[in-house]
Each structure stands twice: as C-alpha cells, then as structure tokens.
Design a protein around this ligand. Structure first.
Ligand SMILES: [Zn+2]
Length: 392
C-alpha cells in the first residue's frame, strides 16, 4: 500500500524556490493596461488593474529563473516607488490565487523516473486546473499514485473508466466482473479485443490495463455481486477500508446502486457511478456526509421530472428497462470519461468538485447541460437521521 505517500507533497515549503507564473496561466496585458492572468478559461482567469505597470513587471519577472528574493529585488529596482514589502505581498496574493508554482520543485519520492515523461501533459493539465496555493506541480499526480480504486463492473462504463484511471497513474486499481467477453460487447467495450472472446473479463481487463501502464498495480477477480452483503464484503475485506473510492460500472442486479449507496454511507467510502439511458449519458458523484446521497438525488429528480404517474405506476413505466441496454462506443466512452473525471477530481481535489450531483450529456440536445443537484432530504431512508449507525 502506498497510502500516505502524498504527505508533504503539496506543502513542500511556503516559499517557492523559483516562483513562476504557471505556464498555463501566462499573463497578458490588455489594451487598457490591465493584467489578465490565468488563461481565458471561465473559472480560472482574473483581471488586475495595473495603472503603474509594476504588476506586469512582476508577472514577467516570475518566470522561474529567479528566487523569490531576486524577483522582489528586480521589480523594486525597476519600480523604486514600490516597496519590496508590497512586491512580496503581491507575489503572495498571486500564489494564494493558484497562479504560481515552483519551477525548482523536485520530483517527489513516490513517483518514478518514468513519470515526468509519461505524465508530462497530464501534470500540466492538473497544474492548470489546480487553483490552490500549492507549489509542487506534482501534488495531484502523487495523490493519484497513492490512490486505491475498485472498479466494479468492467463493461462499457467501467472498462473505459478503468483505462482512464490507469493511464492517469492511479496507483492501485482492482477490477471485478463476473462475465466473459462476448462478441456483442465489442461495439462499446473497447478495453477488450476479439482475441479476448471467451475469456473472463476480469482476466482480460487486467492484462489490458497492465499493458497500458506497468508502473501501477492492477489486480482483478471474477466475482459476482448478488446482494448487499456480498457487496459489503467486496468493499471492506473485513474491518479494513482497502479502497479510497468505488467506481460502479455495473448495472446488474437492478438494485446495485441502492446497495452501493447504503454500504458506502455505512463504511464512509466515496463512490462514482455512471451509465446511459439511450442518448442520455450521466455520472453521479457521491461522498458520504458531504451533500445529498444517491437516494436523495433520485427522489429529488423524480419530483423535478414530474412524470405524471398514477398511484399504481412505477417509474419504469416512463423509462422502460430493457434486457439489453442500448449503447454504443460513443455513449460508453462518454460515460466512462465522466466517471473517471469525477473519480480523479475526488482523489486529488483538482479541480475541486462539490459532491452529491449528477452531470452528463444528452446527445439529442448538446446545448442543454445536464446537471442534477438537489438538497439533502432530512427524511431520506439512506442518509437521514433514521439510518443505521455508521460503521466508522
Ligand atoms: Zn440521502
């Protein structure tokens, strides 16, 4: 286990050795003389008034070639009216806003020599999205290396999610599936190949994932979950909590999400699930004790949709379930990607995500973002006050 490997990675000193405006946040000067920093992505950028021009000098000077003291001296030298204390305070503000990292940050222990090459693009993206005042660009990557994820159901959603997590450098991924690979899987379960037909998915998935990234630990087992007790046993292995996160890609048995919700609440395990109802692809992001649970969301969404059902009609009347679940490589890849993005965000905090919601894409209406948020329900049978005492 590499739990705890992340300790210290994000807090390696409070002063950057070579402070640098993150390359992805490179500043520019507007025609009004203001400084825009943080890129043009909504949610990241900011505009700073700079009538005297010294903020611009500061952002130019913070290019990773100088120490903090040299940076202050350089800006003060070019703008003598600005005191060193003022320059230093501005540097601190830029760092607090998440625009600064340390160009001299070493590769932390816990990551290997191949990681700077393998994850060069991914670390740059994480750095781009990370607005916390961390100095090491390796913080989130190290968190991923220390993370332990179980992927239950390695079909379309789970298979794509598992590949994305392993490619992203999640340190331990355990895959569970009871089925064997069939020809009818290959239109959407791209983790498998024709040569895998007839092989247990758990076996074929492990082989595929290991061949994708041999620097992380991938395990798997062929196992069926037929009830909540079996799910609890799978997720706990006794008293330990062997995983940091559950990725639920299985949609059978029909009650599996409800079981996962109850058990994850019980053992305090964050979880992400995803799937598709025809062209509507969504993923749900759930953290026990933080926001509404899966059942709260489901109840809230049923009220919002107002399906006009009679007292003797179940929700299935409005959205029938078929023995087959219509899906394509596109919907499976989208679903797995939404799930994996949420998983990576929960594991690293980058970008920050307030859990207790569903998000997704409706392929029939691309302009309409799918975002379901509902308040926690005090009367929720799963997370309300009447639920059984938590295991920890
Ligand atoms: Zn609830």
């Amino acid at each position: 286990m590499e739990a705890g490997a992340g300790a210290g990675a994000g807090t390696a000193g409070t002063t950057p050795g070579r402070p640098r405006i993150k390359p992805e946040h490179r500043a520019y000067r507007t025609v009004d003389g203001n400084v825009r920093i943080g890129s043009v992505i909504f949610g990241i950028g900011a505009e700073i008034a700079d009538p005297d021009g010294w903020i611009w000098t500061l952002t130019e000077t913070m290019d990773g070639t100088r120490t903090a003291a040299q940076t202050v001296a350089e800006v003060h030298g070019r703008h003598p009216e600005i005191t060193p204390a003022t320059v230093a305070a501005a540097m601190t503000e830029l760092r607090q806003a998440g625009y600064v990292d340390d160009a001299a940050a070493p590769l932390p222990a816990g990551l290997g020599a191949r990681d700077p090459v393998r994850h060069a693009r991914g670390v740059a993206l994480l750095r781009w999205m990370d607005l916390s005042p961390r100095l090491s660009p390796w913080y989130a990557q190290l968190r991923l290396r220390g993370a332990r994820v179980i992927v239950l159901g390695v079909g379309g959603t789970g298979g794509f999610a598992a590949q994305l997590l392993v490619a992203s450098g999640v340190g331990q991924v355990h895959t569970v599936d009871p089925d064997v690979v069939e020809l009818s899987n290959l239109n959407r379960q791209l983790i498998y190949r024709e040569t895998d037909i007839g092989s247990p998915k758990a076996e074929a998935a492990v082989a595929a994932l290991r061949s994708l990234n041999s620097d992380v630990t991938v395990t798997g087992e062929r196992r069926e979950v037929r009830g909540p007790d079996e799910l609890r046993a799978l997720l706990t292995y006794g008293e330990d909590r062997p995983y940091d996160l559950l990725v639920l890609g299985a949609d059978r048995p029909a009650e599996i999400r409800r079981w996962a919700n109850r058990i994850c609440l019980e053992i305090n395990l964050p979880w992400v699930e995803g799937g598709y109802r025809g062209p509507l692809v969504t993923a749900g992001v759930h953290v026990p004790g933080d926001g509404p649970c899966w059942e709260c969301l489901r109840a809230g969404e049923a009220e919002r949709r107002d399906l006009r059902l009679g007292p003797d009609q179940s929700e299935d009347a409005a959205s029938p379930r078929m023995p087959w679940n219509p899906a394509s490589a596109v919907t499976a890849a989208l679903s797995g990607s939404l799930v994996a993005h949420a998983a990576l965000s929960l594991l690293t905090g980058v970008p920050p995500m307030e859990p207790g919601f569903r998000y997704g894409v409706n392929l029939m209406s691309l302009g309409d973002p799918v975002l379901q948020r509902h308040p926690r329900r005090p009367d929720c049978p799963a997370c309300g006050p009447s639920r059984p005492a938590s295991a920890n």
